[in-house]
Design a protein. Structure first.
Length: 393
């Protein structure tokens, strides 16, 4: 029961629980787990504690786990389960059925993997395919040879996307010679997807996971979250300097300045929307370095300008009715149109530039996009105001 439950705890609780256990008791618990879960737990533990516990783990379990521990933490090999069913290509349906009956320790038997005499993966079939075929047929006759697999050193997030894309219950992991090494099951993929989504949310907030960890000290949390807030502070100070710069250049400055929040808010929202859409498509693999960025940015700009027109027209018409003056309504409307179109360009362009520089595009969201659009939005607003005041008189 402990083995089934403990893997559902958060990482810090797992470490704390194993530190309180006697090494032999901890080893007993680990040996009730699947190989991928054992590997996961051992990676969390301090080296000294790990050495004490592994002394009590059987040689068979330990050899399988040590093989997994050699893989990098973020690789498909590190998260694979070495308990699977792989049968020779010449095995008959009847023989395969008998072998499945003996496979009590295997986590997932929905898929049967078919290998050649050298252990290379050559096919796969479902349990349903097996039981609905005559007993004298060989697996070679009924297997699917077009196999979706992943190499053991592939990034685990790429493996997770494959499972999600093809709705698989398990994904075979192979080495460079296509020898089957293990399988990645759907429950492990869900953990990876959840972790990835959590990381993206933290990055979009301009912080790290440590910043949201309630077990960390106040100073640690502040240090993790402060850098992006400093960026925001500098950006907003620049916005203040821009307002001061234009203050003496516009006659009706007080009237114009009343509508600054409208320009800043709309531009910031459009920029955040565009960056979120682009980052999401990058995460799903719909956009990569090989695909042209120009059509994507152009589409977002067109969307931004379209939304700008829809927002600007009623503002231009409504403001004069509330004493804003026709000229003020026109200035705010034109500025809103330009600011929203440019914000869409910035929001779409920055993540693509960061991707080409091999920087995580998620860092472009949140504080950076909003602050940058505040600066450019105000510059556009006051520049349009100066131009239109001199034009309209």
């Amino acid at each position: 029961r402990i083995a089934e439950t403990i893997i559902e705890l958060d990482d810090s609780s797992i470490v704390e629980l194993f530190e309180e256990m006697e090494p032999q008791k901890a080893a007993d618990v680990l040996q009730e787990m699947n190989s991928d879960d054992i590997s996961y737990v051992l990676r969390l533990l301090p080296e000294e504690l790990k050495d004490k516990i592994t002394q009590y783990i059987g040689d068979k379990d330990l050899s399988a786990v040590e093989e997994l521990l050699h893989y990098p933490d973020d690789s498909a090999g590190a998260m694979m389960n070495t308990e699977y069913i792989a049968l020779n290509v010449r095995t008959t349906v009847k023989e395969a059925t008998k072998l499945i009956h003996k496979a009590a320790d295997v986590e997932l038997v929905y898929y049967l993997y078919v290998v050649d005499d050298e252990g290379r993966l050559v096919g796969v079939l479902s349990l349903r395919q097996l039981i609905t075929n005559p007993p004298d047929k060989t697996l070679a006759d009924i297997m699917i040879s077009d196999i979706i697999s992943v190499q053991d050193h592939t990034d685990k997030e790429d493996a997770a996307r494959l499972v999600a894309k093809y709705d698989l219950l398990a994904l075979p992991v192979v080495d460079e010679q296509r020898h089957i090494m293990g399988i990645i099951t759907f429950d492990d993929v869900m953990d990876v997807i959840r972790e990835e989504a959590t990381e993206e949310i933290y990055r979009m907030a301009g912080a790290s996971q440590e910043a949201f960890d309630y077990g960390e000290s106040t100073i640690t949390n502040a240090k993790a979250r402060l850098p992006w807030l400093i960026v925001t502070l500098v950006g907003e100070l620049m916005s203040g300097f821009i307002i001061t710069f234009f203050q003496g250049k516009i006659v009706d400055f007080l009237v114009i300045s009343a509508f600054m929040p409208v320009i800043m808010a709309m531009g910031g929202n459009v920029g955040s929307q565009s960056s979120t859409i682009i980052i999401r498509n990058i995460a799903l693999g719909n956009i990569d370095n090989k695909r042209a960025a120009v059509p994507v940015v152009w589409r977002e700009m067109k969307t931004g300008f379209l939304m700008g027109i829809v927002s600007a027209v009623p503002v231009t018409l409504i403001l004069p009715l509330f004493g804003g003056g026709q000229r003020t309504g026109l200035i705010v409307g034109v500025s809103l149109f330009c600011a929203m179109g440019f914000a869409a360009f910035v929001g779409a362009h920055v993540p693509l530039v960061l991707m080409r520089l091999n920087v995580d595009p998620a860092v472009a969201s949140g504080p950076f996009i909003s602050t940058f659009n505040d600066i450019t939005g105000l510059t556009i607003y006051f520049s349009v105001a100066i131009a239109m005041v001199s034009l309209l008189g």
